[in-house]
Write a protein that binds this ligand. Sequence first.
Ligand code: ASP
Length: 369
Amino acid sequence: MNRNEGDTRVRRAIAILIGAAVAWTTVTVAGAQSAQPKASGHWAIVIHGGAGDIERAKLGPDGDKAYRAALTKVVQAGAAVLSRGGSSLDAVEAAIRILEDDPLFNAARGAVFTSEGKTELDAAIMDGATLRAGAVADVTHTRYPITLARAVMEKTPYVLMVGPGADAYSKQARMEQVDPSYFFTESRWQSLVKQLEKEARPIPPRPAGVPPQGAVVPATQWQEAADTRRYGTVGVVAVDRQGNVAAGTSTGGLQGKMPGRVGDSPIIGAGTYASNQSCAVSGTGVGEYFIRFTVARDVCALVQYKGYSLKQAVDEVIQKKLAPIHGDGGVIAIAPDGKMAWSFNTPGMFRARLAEGGQIEVHIYNDEP
Ligand code: ASP
């Protein structure tokens, strides 16, 4: 073989190797991409109003009706934003603000109390398109903690702000401020008193500025039953027509918690997570488990790296990982392709969903879809 023939063979061998490498890369990238949910061009939204010991018999027909009506209103409000071309972030914030105003839910107005009878609120929001996130914990004067979380995301270089610093930022950012008595509801207060009595812990004085005991119409039986839930939280996940997902969560945390305790809701990856590479998730339940198991991110990781369907992923984390260790709670999830899923291991989870062109679904108990 002369030198030229040798050169030609070497060049051919290199060309074959390069060709093979290019083909392998193309297959690998295509494979990875096909595991990621593609945008469908249609919007969808899923909401929750907390998971826990929510049973038909305890809630009764009136309670059942009130919660279904509230959930319906919230889904419709989020859907209205999405159907006029709004972003998933806007839909999440708009829907959560309604839940925060509604005393039926443990978020802002209607939130549970700490063992000292105060309200300490946590919230988070995340944008799946950019992975930007904002969160606040232990805020005490902000009417809409979800909007404050969004301000942290959009107007500060930070992700999480807590306590007096977050309260001060809330004022500076011109968030609506309220007296803490605004968050008070008689039924949540009675529920705290009952819990503390049962646990033989001291009962704090009634908060300043709230109606004296007896001045308030007694809670109906179903309100008391619903409020003996020691956890509640609200959350919304949505996908817009661009295929961008977003997640938000807002809560008063666990009833009777020690002041300063922070749950999973404002912890990105635990109670809240969103990525266009996989899905958006909001959780509710005993936050300590959700933090230790990085629940929201774990769901998305199963979708992203293991190619699980959304339903498989939420069931894997909630039923297979959390249920055996009594990590009570649930999640809602949505993907850029419009797929929606939920899973919970408690008797009930207030939940509802709607996809563009579909029928609204509202469910409460674990014998419903
Ligand atoms: N996960 C919330 C927390 O631990 C409570 C709840 O979801 O009800 O703060």
